[in-house]
Write a protein that binds this ligand. Structure first.
Ligand SMILES: [Zn+2]
Length: 179
């Protein structure tokens, strides 16, 4: 059975075993992530592989989830797919954390223990789009029932700006995604 993210796991043991743990964490169990979303529905699924790196227990997290965010153009809820994947160092104390390589991601595993849900949540927060937009701009226009009729011709005139805004949105959205 996959780990639902709520159980405290001993990361040193998992690292020494080279354990590969299947995870299935409900978005509703990840309050900091849920607070950024339009709905707390959805489940993050994937695997967490443990190993040692420079003596530290590390977790290679690979999860994805379909979540509901708010389109920043039409302010309607929309589904988006999140894919997170990174190596996270898991020092057991602040003192040990000081020796983790500077550019590495880390999460404190207090007394060597950690809930995998927190690890998954942290990784998904890193890939959450800053300004999500519907891929198809016409989708936003259809939903916007309060727009006056002349808005359409105005939009035609401002086409270059609209395209630029779209590009900028895309750059932001792709920004935090790694690999
Ligand atoms: Zn939209």
């Amino acid at each position: 059975m996959p780990d639902d993210g709520s159980k405290l796991r001993d990361v040193a043991i998992l690292a020494d075993e080279g354990a590969e743990v299947s995870v299935e964490v409900a978005v509703s169990r990840m309050p900091r992530l849920a607070a950024e979303l339009a709905a707390s529905s959805g489940v993050a699924r994937g695997t967490v592989r443990f190993a040692r790196d420079r003596g530290f227990p590390v977790a290679d997290v690979q999860v994805d989830a379909d979540v509901t965010v708010v389109c920043q153009r039409c302010l309607q809820p929309m589904q988006t797919h999140l894919e997170a994947g990174s190596r996270v160092f898991l020092p057991h104390s602040e003192a040990a954390a000081a020796h983790v390589p500077e550019d590495a991601e880390l999460m404190l595993a207090s007394e060597g223990r950690l809930r995998l849900g927190e690890l998954v949540e942290e990784d998904l927060l890193l890939v959450l789009p800053f300004a999500p937009l519907h891929d198809d701009e016409s989708h936003c226009a259809q939903r916007d029932q309060t727009a006056p009729a002349e808005a359409e011709s105005a939009e035609e005139v401002q086409r270059p700006f609209a395209a630029l805004g779209d590009l900028m949105g895309r750059a932001k959205r792709d920004g935090p995604k790694r690999r």
